[in-house]
Design a protein. Structure first.
Length: 343
């Protein structure tokens, strides 16, 4: 890479043409990773934050073409954790040093506002020093407001892709990019720390779509950005599609770190799935968050978004230990902290 590290740090000011070139770059990305790592260290040192992921329901009323728990997948074995099971995941996680719990699930019609608010309230009462993150999809503004009032701190809702045409390629007509964006801006406006994001290498995605993702994120200015490679699931319409690559995902992670120096950026499970050292490389490319799985193992194997998902059999303790070693192996350190954004 010819550009100097100092030039790369100006990535957020690049015009479209040059940003496209950076996304498309062929060959060594060493300078890009180095620049991203410097920026990450300026803001977060070597700290890596943990999020305890609780996949509490795989019922979903949506039918996204890429997703293994889409409603049309009759082979998916459906489950829902009870509030008691969820609280017990938190107890377990707290003892292991987690200070953020992420409640993630499909758009399960049983997730009434009352049920979610009661759950959030119970977790926050038991663990006032912890952050609660929700990741349960598109809702009316009034529901988001109720979750916030109940004490939820953060919300993850990937936009998935920022162009209308590509959004329609990935989703059935009943879902729209317009509503997805409405949700994200509502969440921000209400006061949540908000996470957006997209899959890398999803069917029909070109550099043009990735550029649109970056520009949309500049508009939204989220606190967290979740990206990972698209990975086909055998029971979906995208079963025969090619997965996203490690190279492009790492490059996008670095570009995101350079454009959003403060952002909380996870080295995702999907990244660890396409390469055995994907998450370690993700950390070196600018990521600063890891999300070990706290879901009980018998349920977790059914939270099957894409094929060959890792950590399916490892219990929470094993996953936590494994991630600690991985983080250490590349020179960073896990901190037991809520890990709020440092703007
Ligand atoms: N490959 C990679 N990521 C996927 N997700 C859903 N299905 C897949 C897949 N097949 C991601 C989506 C979603 C997040 C929870 O998981 O981006 O927002
Ligand atoms: Fe889950 Fe390695 S991170 S087992």
């Amino acid at each position: 890479m010819k550009e100097s590290i100092e030039q790369l740090k100006q990535t957020r000011d690049l015009p479209d043409e040059q940003l496209l070139q950076l996304i498309d770059h062929q060959g060594e990305d060493t300078a890009l990773f180095e620049a991203a790592d410097q920026v990450r260290r300026e803001h977060y040192g070597t700290d890596v934050f943990l999020r305890g992921l609780i996949e509490f329901t795989n019922y979903c009323k949506n039918d996204c073409y890429y997703c293994g728990i889409r409603r049309s997948n009759r082979c998916a074995e459906r489950y829902r954790l009870t509030p008691e099971q969820i609280l017990s995941c938190c107890d377990n996680g707290y003892a292991m040093g987690f200070r953020t719990f992420v409640l993630q699930g499909g758009e399960d019609p049983r997730n009434t506002d009352e049920a979610i608010c009661s759950l959030v309230d119970q977790i926050k009462t038991r663990y006032p020093d912890c952050a609660v993150t929700l990741s349960i999809g598109e809702k009316p503004r009034s529901s988001y407001q109720a979750y916030f009032d109940a004490g939820a701190d953060r919300y993850l809702l990937r936009h998935e892709t920022a162009t209308d045409a590509h959004y329609r390629r990935l989703h059935p007509a009943e879902l729209s990019l317009e509503n997805r964006k409405r949700c994200l801006f509502d969440l921000k406006d209400i006061g949540f720390q908000v996470g957006a994001g997209f899959m890398v290498g999803s069917p029909g995605q070109s550099t043009k779509e990735l550029l649109a993702d970056l520009r949309f994120l500049q508009q939204l200015q989220p606190d967290m950005i979740g990206i990972g490679p698209f990975i086909p699931h055998h029971e979906t319409p995208f079963a025969q599609e090619k997965p996203g690559t490690l190279e492009l995902t790492l490059r996008m992670l670095s570009i995101l770190r350079l454009m959003f120096p403060y952002v909380l950026l996870p080295a995702t499970t999907a990244l660890g799935t396409i390469s055995p050292i994907g998450r370690e490389l993700g950390l070196k490319a600018g990521a600063n968050v890891m999300m070990p799985n706290l879901t009980p193992t018998d349920a977790r194997k059914n939270y099957d978004l894409y094929d060959n998902k890792i950590c399916m059999d490892e219990d929470a303790g094993k996953c936590r230990g494994c991630q600690e070693n991985r983080v250490k192996s590349v020179g960073y350190r896990i901190v037991s902290d809520r890990g709020d954004v440092r703007r």
